[in-house]
Write a protein that binds this ligand. Structure first.
Ligand SMILES: Cc1cc2nc3c(=O)[nH]c(=O)nc-3n(C[C@H](O)[C@H](O)[C@H](O)COP(=O)(O)OP(=O)(O)OC[C@H]3O[C@@H](n4cnc5c(N)ncnc54)[C@H](O)[C@@H]3O)c2cc1C
Length: 334
Protein backbone atom coordinates (compact mmCIF):
# COMPACT_ATOMS: atom_id res chain seq x y z
CA UNK A 1 0.00 0.00 0.00
CA UNK A 2 1.57 3.39 -0.96
CA UNK A 3 2.11 5.88 1.91
CA UNK A 4 2.14 8.91 -0.33
CA UNK A 5 -1.03 10.81 0.63
CA UNK A 6 -2.10 13.77 -1.49
CA UNK A 7 -3.88 16.92 -0.30
CA UNK A 8 -7.68 16.57 -0.12
CA UNK A 9 -9.37 18.26 -3.08
CA UNK A 10 -13.01 19.31 -3.47
CA UNK A 11 -13.24 17.24 -6.63
CA UNK A 12 -11.04 14.68 -8.34
CA UNK A 13 -11.68 14.17 -12.02
CA UNK A 14 -10.73 10.68 -13.21
CA UNK A 15 -9.89 10.98 -16.91
CA UNK A 16 -8.33 13.92 -18.73
CA UNK A 17 -10.24 13.55 -22.00
CA UNK A 18 -12.30 16.47 -23.36
CA UNK A 19 -15.17 15.93 -20.94
CA UNK A 20 -12.93 15.58 -17.87
CA UNK A 21 -10.98 18.66 -18.94
CA UNK A 22 -14.15 20.71 -19.13
CA UNK A 23 -15.30 19.34 -15.75
CA UNK A 24 -11.97 20.47 -14.27
CA UNK A 25 -12.32 23.94 -15.79
CA UNK A 26 -15.91 24.32 -14.65
CA UNK A 27 -15.15 23.15 -11.12
CA UNK A 28 -12.33 25.71 -10.99
CA UNK A 29 -14.75 28.37 -12.21
CA UNK A 30 -16.98 27.45 -9.28
CA UNK A 31 -14.14 27.97 -6.82
CA UNK A 32 -13.53 24.29 -6.16
CA UNK A 33 -10.08 22.79 -5.72
CA UNK A 34 -9.46 20.22 -8.44
CA UNK A 35 -7.24 17.27 -9.32
CA UNK A 36 -7.16 15.45 -12.68
CA UNK A 37 -5.85 11.87 -12.84
CA UNK A 38 -5.10 10.21 -16.19
CA UNK A 39 -3.30 7.02 -17.06
CA UNK A 40 -1.74 8.61 -20.17
CA UNK A 41 1.25 11.00 -20.18
CA UNK A 42 -0.73 13.57 -22.18
CA UNK A 43 -4.12 15.20 -21.65
CA UNK A 44 -6.82 14.97 -24.34
CA UNK A 45 -8.17 11.41 -24.08
CA UNK A 46 -9.37 9.99 -27.41
CA UNK A 47 -8.54 13.26 -29.23
CA UNK A 48 -4.83 12.82 -28.61
CA UNK A 49 -4.63 9.04 -28.35
CA UNK A 50 -6.92 7.90 -31.16
CA UNK A 51 -7.44 10.59 -33.81
CA UNK A 52 -5.11 13.59 -33.36
CA UNK A 53 -5.00 14.42 -37.08
CA UNK A 54 -8.73 14.15 -37.78
CA UNK A 55 -10.93 17.20 -38.15
CA UNK A 56 -13.91 17.64 -35.85
CA UNK A 57 -16.81 19.56 -37.38
CA UNK A 58 -19.39 19.59 -34.58
CA UNK A 59 -17.77 21.80 -31.93
CA UNK A 60 -19.65 25.04 -31.28
CA UNK A 61 -17.63 27.96 -32.57
CA UNK A 62 -15.26 25.82 -34.66
CA UNK A 63 -16.51 25.05 -38.19
CA UNK A 64 -13.53 22.68 -38.41
CA UNK A 65 -10.84 21.92 -35.84
CA UNK A 66 -8.05 19.34 -35.70
CA UNK A 67 -8.58 16.98 -32.74
CA UNK A 68 -5.07 17.57 -31.38
CA UNK A 69 -5.55 21.35 -31.55
CA UNK A 70 -8.87 21.14 -29.74
CA UNK A 71 -7.18 18.99 -27.08
CA UNK A 72 -4.46 21.62 -26.56
CA UNK A 73 -7.06 24.37 -26.16
CA UNK A 74 -9.20 22.30 -23.79
CA UNK A 75 -6.14 21.38 -21.71
CA UNK A 76 -5.22 25.07 -21.46
CA UNK A 77 -8.75 25.98 -20.40
CA UNK A 78 -8.78 23.13 -17.85
CA UNK A 79 -5.60 24.49 -16.26
CA UNK A 80 -6.88 28.06 -15.93
CA UNK A 81 -7.52 27.65 -12.20
CA UNK A 82 -4.42 25.56 -11.48
CA UNK A 83 -5.69 22.02 -10.88
CA UNK A 84 -3.26 19.37 -9.66
CA UNK A 85 -2.30 17.15 -12.61
CA UNK A 86 -1.56 13.49 -11.94
CA UNK A 87 -0.50 11.88 -15.21
CA UNK A 88 0.60 8.32 -15.98
CA UNK A 89 -1.29 6.99 -12.98
CA UNK A 90 -4.41 4.85 -13.19
CA UNK A 91 -7.14 5.18 -10.58
CA UNK A 92 -7.33 1.64 -9.21
CA UNK A 93 -9.38 1.87 -6.03
CA UNK A 94 -12.17 4.09 -4.69
CA UNK A 95 -12.87 3.85 -0.97
CA UNK A 96 -14.66 6.12 1.47
CA UNK A 97 -13.42 7.87 4.61
CA UNK A 98 -15.10 10.32 7.02
CA UNK A 99 -14.44 13.36 4.77
CA UNK A 100 -15.20 11.83 1.39
CA UNK A 101 -13.21 9.44 -0.76
CA UNK A 102 -9.73 8.01 -1.23
CA UNK A 103 -8.53 7.19 -4.74
CA UNK A 104 -5.62 4.77 -4.90
CA UNK A 105 -3.38 4.60 -7.96
CA UNK A 106 -0.73 2.22 -6.71
CA UNK A 107 1.70 5.17 -6.54
CA UNK A 108 -0.26 7.33 -4.11
CA UNK A 109 -3.58 7.77 -2.36
CA UNK A 110 -5.53 10.88 -3.31
CA UNK A 111 -8.13 12.16 -0.82
CA UNK A 112 -11.09 14.03 -2.28
CA UNK A 113 -14.51 15.29 -1.20
CA UNK A 114 -16.27 14.34 -4.45
CA UNK A 115 -15.37 12.36 -7.56
CA UNK A 116 -16.21 12.93 -11.21
CA UNK A 117 -15.46 9.90 -13.37
CA UNK A 118 -14.88 10.87 -17.02
CA UNK A 119 -13.00 7.74 -17.96
CA UNK A 120 -14.35 7.35 -21.53
CA UNK A 121 -13.96 3.75 -22.58
CA UNK A 122 -11.50 3.21 -19.73
CA UNK A 123 -7.81 3.62 -19.13
CA UNK A 124 -5.73 3.58 -22.27
CA UNK A 125 -2.63 1.44 -22.54
CA UNK A 126 -0.43 1.06 -25.61
CA UNK A 127 -0.86 -2.03 -27.75
CA UNK A 128 2.28 -4.18 -27.49
CA UNK A 129 4.27 -5.88 -30.23
CA UNK A 130 3.48 -9.23 -28.67
CA UNK A 131 6.99 -10.68 -29.12
CA UNK A 132 9.13 -12.64 -26.64
CA UNK A 133 11.24 -10.63 -24.12
CA UNK A 134 9.25 -7.45 -24.87
CA UNK A 135 8.84 -6.45 -21.20
CA UNK A 136 12.56 -6.89 -20.62
CA UNK A 137 13.51 -4.21 -23.17
CA UNK A 138 10.96 -1.57 -22.15
CA UNK A 139 13.01 1.50 -21.18
CA UNK A 140 16.15 -0.23 -22.53
CA UNK A 141 15.69 0.82 -26.12
CA UNK A 142 12.02 -0.14 -26.51
CA UNK A 143 9.28 2.45 -25.91
CA UNK A 144 5.63 2.99 -26.79
CA UNK A 145 5.81 6.71 -27.51
CA UNK A 146 8.17 9.63 -27.20
CA UNK A 147 8.42 11.51 -23.92
CA UNK A 148 11.65 13.36 -24.72
CA UNK A 149 12.90 13.74 -28.26
CA UNK A 150 16.52 14.31 -27.19
CA UNK A 151 16.77 10.67 -26.05
CA UNK A 152 16.89 9.70 -29.74
CA UNK A 153 19.55 12.21 -30.81
CA UNK A 154 22.24 10.55 -32.96
CA UNK A 155 20.57 7.13 -32.72
CA UNK A 156 19.38 4.55 -35.25
CA UNK A 157 15.64 4.38 -34.62
CA UNK A 158 12.95 2.01 -35.87
CA UNK A 159 9.40 3.39 -35.64
CA UNK A 160 6.68 0.73 -35.83
CA UNK A 161 3.18 1.53 -37.14
CA UNK A 162 1.33 3.12 -40.03
CA UNK A 163 -0.98 5.65 -38.36
CA UNK A 164 -0.65 9.33 -37.57
CA UNK A 165 1.53 8.85 -34.48
CA UNK A 166 4.07 6.63 -36.24
CA UNK A 167 4.35 8.92 -39.26
CA UNK A 168 4.49 12.07 -37.09
CA UNK A 169 7.27 10.67 -34.92
CA UNK A 170 9.31 9.68 -38.00
CA UNK A 171 9.05 13.26 -39.29
CA UNK A 172 9.67 14.81 -35.87
CA UNK A 173 12.75 12.73 -35.10
CA UNK A 174 14.25 12.85 -38.61
CA UNK A 175 16.30 16.03 -37.95
CA UNK A 176 17.91 14.71 -34.74
CA UNK A 177 18.21 10.94 -35.13
CA UNK A 178 21.12 9.38 -37.01
CA UNK A 179 18.77 7.22 -39.05
CA UNK A 180 15.01 6.61 -38.96
CA UNK A 181 13.26 3.60 -40.43
CA UNK A 182 9.53 3.04 -40.47
CA UNK A 183 8.43 -0.58 -40.05
CA UNK A 184 4.84 -1.15 -41.18
CA UNK A 185 2.95 -4.36 -41.79
CA UNK A 186 1.17 -3.02 -44.89
CA UNK A 187 1.99 -0.59 -47.70
CA UNK A 188 -0.94 1.77 -46.99
CA UNK A 189 -0.94 4.37 -44.22
CA UNK A 190 -3.78 5.44 -41.96
CA UNK A 191 -2.15 8.85 -41.53
CA UNK A 192 -3.05 12.31 -42.73
CA UNK A 193 -2.36 12.66 -46.49
CA UNK A 194 -0.07 15.65 -46.06
CA UNK A 195 2.06 13.78 -43.46
CA UNK A 196 2.39 10.78 -45.80
CA UNK A 197 3.47 13.12 -48.60
CA UNK A 198 6.14 14.63 -46.31
CA UNK A 199 7.25 11.14 -45.29
CA UNK A 200 7.71 10.11 -48.91
CA UNK A 201 9.92 13.14 -49.50
CA UNK A 202 11.97 12.61 -46.32
CA UNK A 203 15.09 10.55 -45.61
CA UNK A 204 13.04 8.10 -43.51
CA UNK A 205 13.72 4.51 -44.63
CA UNK A 206 10.68 2.30 -45.26
CA UNK A 207 10.29 -1.35 -44.36
CA UNK A 208 6.83 -2.11 -45.71
CA UNK A 209 5.06 -5.48 -45.31
CA UNK A 210 7.39 -6.12 -42.37
CA UNK A 211 6.76 -7.03 -38.74
CA UNK A 212 9.13 -7.32 -35.80
CA UNK A 213 9.40 -10.91 -34.62
CA UNK A 214 12.31 -10.88 -32.14
CA UNK A 215 14.29 -8.44 -30.01
CA UNK A 216 18.00 -8.93 -29.32
CA UNK A 217 20.61 -7.37 -27.03
CA UNK A 218 22.52 -8.00 -23.83
CA UNK A 219 21.29 -5.30 -21.48
CA UNK A 220 20.10 -2.74 -24.03
CA UNK A 221 18.24 -3.45 -27.25
CA UNK A 222 20.80 -3.89 -30.04
CA UNK A 223 18.93 -5.47 -32.95
CA UNK A 224 15.61 -6.91 -34.08
CA UNK A 225 14.56 -9.68 -36.41
CA UNK A 226 11.96 -8.54 -38.90
CA UNK A 227 9.82 -10.78 -41.06
CA UNK A 228 8.48 -9.96 -44.50
CA UNK A 229 4.81 -10.86 -44.09
CA UNK A 230 4.50 -11.77 -47.79
CA UNK A 231 7.67 -13.85 -48.33
CA UNK A 232 8.20 -14.87 -44.67
CA UNK A 233 11.88 -13.96 -45.14
CA UNK A 234 13.66 -13.05 -41.88
CA UNK A 235 16.29 -10.33 -41.53
CA UNK A 236 18.32 -9.05 -38.59
CA UNK A 237 18.42 -5.23 -38.37
CA UNK A 238 20.82 -3.46 -35.98
CA UNK A 239 19.18 -0.59 -34.08
CA UNK A 240 19.53 1.54 -30.94
CA UNK A 241 15.83 2.15 -30.37
CA UNK A 242 12.38 0.87 -31.32
CA UNK A 243 9.34 3.13 -30.88
CA UNK A 244 6.07 1.18 -31.08
CA UNK A 245 3.03 3.16 -32.24
CA UNK A 246 0.42 0.57 -33.07
CA UNK A 247 -2.51 2.03 -31.15
CA UNK A 248 -4.08 1.84 -27.73
CA UNK A 249 -6.34 -0.57 -25.92
CA UNK A 250 -8.82 0.70 -23.39
CA UNK A 251 -10.42 -1.08 -20.51
CA UNK A 252 -12.78 0.05 -17.75
CA UNK A 253 -10.65 -2.28 -15.64
CA UNK A 254 -10.60 -1.41 -11.95
CA UNK A 255 -13.68 0.89 -12.17
CA UNK A 256 -15.81 -2.25 -12.60
CA UNK A 257 -14.96 -3.16 -9.00
CA UNK A 258 -16.09 0.14 -7.43
CA UNK A 259 -19.63 -1.04 -6.59
CA UNK A 260 -21.10 1.23 -9.25
CA UNK A 261 -24.16 0.24 -11.24
CA UNK A 262 -22.79 -0.71 -14.65
CA UNK A 263 -24.76 -1.43 -17.82
CA UNK A 264 -22.61 -3.12 -20.46
CA UNK A 265 -19.44 -1.03 -20.09
CA UNK A 266 -21.01 2.22 -18.89
CA UNK A 267 -21.84 3.66 -15.50
CA UNK A 268 -25.53 4.34 -14.87
CA UNK A 269 -26.26 7.92 -13.70
CA UNK A 270 -29.37 9.83 -12.65
CA UNK A 271 -30.42 13.25 -13.98
CA UNK A 272 -27.80 14.88 -11.74
CA UNK A 273 -25.08 12.67 -13.29
CA UNK A 274 -24.65 11.05 -9.90
CA UNK A 275 -23.98 7.33 -9.72
CA UNK A 276 -25.49 4.94 -7.17
CA UNK A 277 -22.66 6.06 -4.83
CA UNK A 278 -23.59 9.55 -3.52
CA UNK A 279 -20.77 12.01 -4.19
CA UNK A 280 -19.49 10.01 -7.15
CA UNK A 281 -20.53 11.44 -10.52
CA UNK A 282 -19.93 10.08 -14.03
CA UNK A 283 -19.95 12.07 -17.29
CA UNK A 284 -18.94 11.72 -20.94
CA UNK A 285 -18.55 8.45 -22.80
CA UNK A 286 -18.32 6.42 -19.59
CA UNK A 287 -21.84 7.21 -18.38
CA UNK A 288 -25.23 6.04 -19.56
CA UNK A 289 -28.80 7.32 -19.20
CA UNK A 290 -31.85 6.97 -21.48
CA UNK A 291 -31.02 9.75 -24.00
CA UNK A 292 -27.23 9.31 -23.95
CA UNK A 293 -25.21 10.49 -26.98
CA UNK A 294 -21.45 9.94 -27.03
CA UNK A 295 -20.39 13.38 -28.24
CA UNK A 296 -18.01 16.01 -26.89
CA UNK A 297 -20.69 18.71 -27.18
CA UNK A 298 -23.15 16.80 -24.97
CA UNK A 299 -20.44 15.47 -22.63
CA UNK A 300 -19.26 18.95 -21.63
CA UNK A 301 -22.86 19.87 -20.76
CA UNK A 302 -23.06 16.78 -18.56
CA UNK A 303 -19.83 17.91 -16.90
CA UNK A 304 -21.21 21.38 -16.06
CA UNK A 305 -24.31 19.81 -14.45
CA UNK A 306 -22.28 17.24 -12.49
CA UNK A 307 -19.99 19.99 -11.19
CA UNK A 308 -23.06 21.98 -10.10
CA UNK A 309 -24.37 19.06 -8.03
CA UNK A 310 -20.91 18.30 -6.63
CA UNK A 311 -20.71 21.94 -5.55
CA UNK A 312 -24.16 21.71 -3.89
CA UNK A 313 -23.04 18.60 -2.03
CA UNK A 314 -20.12 20.53 -0.52
CA UNK A 315 -22.07 23.74 0.02
CA UNK A 316 -25.86 23.29 0.21
CA UNK A 317 -26.23 27.12 0.18
CA UNK A 318 -24.56 27.35 -3.25
CA UNK A 319 -26.59 27.72 -6.43
CA UNK A 320 -26.75 24.98 -9.02
CA UNK A 321 -26.45 27.54 -11.81
CA UNK A 322 -23.56 29.90 -11.05
CA UNK A 323 -24.48 32.57 -13.62
CA UNK A 324 -22.78 33.25 -16.92
CA UNK A 325 -19.01 33.20 -17.30
CA UNK A 326 -19.29 36.44 -19.30
CA UNK A 327 -20.59 38.10 -16.12
CA UNK A 328 -17.62 36.87 -14.05
CA UNK A 329 -14.33 38.67 -13.68
CA UNK A 330 -11.83 36.03 -14.79
CA UNK A 331 -9.16 38.46 -15.98
CA UNK A 332 -7.59 37.83 -19.36
CA UNK A 333 -6.55 34.21 -19.77
CA UNK A 334 -3.03 34.07 -21.23
C1 LIG B 1 -12.15 8.26 -34.57
C2 LIG B 1 -13.09 9.03 -33.69
C3 LIG B 1 -13.65 10.22 -34.15
C4 LIG B 1 -14.51 10.95 -33.34
N1 LIG B 1 -15.05 12.11 -33.82
C5 LIG B 1 -15.86 12.87 -33.02
C6 LIG B 1 -16.43 14.08 -33.50
O1 LIG B 1 -16.22 14.48 -34.64
N2 LIG B 1 -17.22 14.78 -32.63
C7 LIG B 1 -17.50 14.37 -31.36
O2 LIG B 1 -18.21 15.06 -30.63
N3 LIG B 1 -16.97 13.20 -30.90
C8 LIG B 1 -16.18 12.45 -31.69
N4 LIG B 1 -15.68 11.26 -31.23
C9 LIG B 1 -16.06 10.82 -29.87
C10 LIG B 1 -15.31 11.63 -28.81
O3 LIG B 1 -13.92 11.56 -29.03
C11 LIG B 1 -15.67 11.10 -27.44
O4 LIG B 1 -17.06 11.26 -27.25
C12 LIG B 1 -14.92 11.86 -26.36
O5 LIG B 1 -13.52 11.68 -26.50
C13 LIG B 1 -15.34 11.41 -24.97
O6 LIG B 1 -14.62 12.15 -24.05
P1 LIG B 1 -14.40 11.65 -22.57
O7 LIG B 1 -13.64 12.75 -21.90
O8 LIG B 1 -15.68 11.20 -22.00
O9 LIG B 1 -13.51 10.33 -22.71
P2 LIG B 1 -12.11 10.02 -23.40
O10 LIG B 1 -11.78 10.98 -24.48
O11 LIG B 1 -12.18 8.57 -23.76
O12 LIG B 1 -11.05 10.22 -22.24
C14 LIG B 1 -11.04 9.35 -21.14
C15 LIG B 1 -9.71 9.47 -20.42
O13 LIG B 1 -9.80 8.81 -19.16
C16 LIG B 1 -8.60 8.13 -18.89
N5 LIG B 1 -8.90 7.05 -17.94
C17 LIG B 1 -9.80 6.07 -18.07
N6 LIG B 1 -9.83 5.27 -16.98
C18 LIG B 1 -8.92 5.79 -16.13
C19 LIG B 1 -8.47 5.42 -14.84
N7 LIG B 1 -8.99 4.35 -14.17
N8 LIG B 1 -7.49 6.15 -14.27
C20 LIG B 1 -6.94 7.22 -14.93
N9 LIG B 1 -7.33 7.61 -16.15
C21 LIG B 1 -8.30 6.91 -16.75
C22 LIG B 1 -8.15 7.64 -20.26
O14 LIG B 1 -6.76 7.38 -20.28
C23 LIG B 1 -8.56 8.82 -21.17
O15 LIG B 1 -7.51 9.75 -21.32
C24 LIG B 1 -14.83 10.50 -32.02
C25 LIG B 1 -14.25 9.31 -31.55
C26 LIG B 1 -13.39 8.57 -32.37
C27 LIG B 1 -12.79 7.30 -31.83
Amino acid sequence: MPHNLGVRKDVTVIGGGPVGLFAAFYAGLRGMSVRIIDSLPELGGQLTALYPEKYIYDMPGFPKVLAKELAVQMAEQAQMFGPELVLEETAQTLTEDEEGFLIGTGTAIYPTRTVIISAGAGAFSPTKLGVPLEEQYVGRGLSYGVREKSVFAGKRVLVVGGGDSAVDWCLNLEPIAKEITLVHRRDQFRAHEESVRQLEQSTVGMRLWQVIKELHGADQLEAVTIENSQTKELERVETDAVIVNVGFKSSLGPIKDWDLQIEKTQIVVNDQFETNRPGVFAVGDVCTFPSKMKLIATGVGEAAIAVGFAKLRLDPEAKLFPGHSSDMDLGTPS
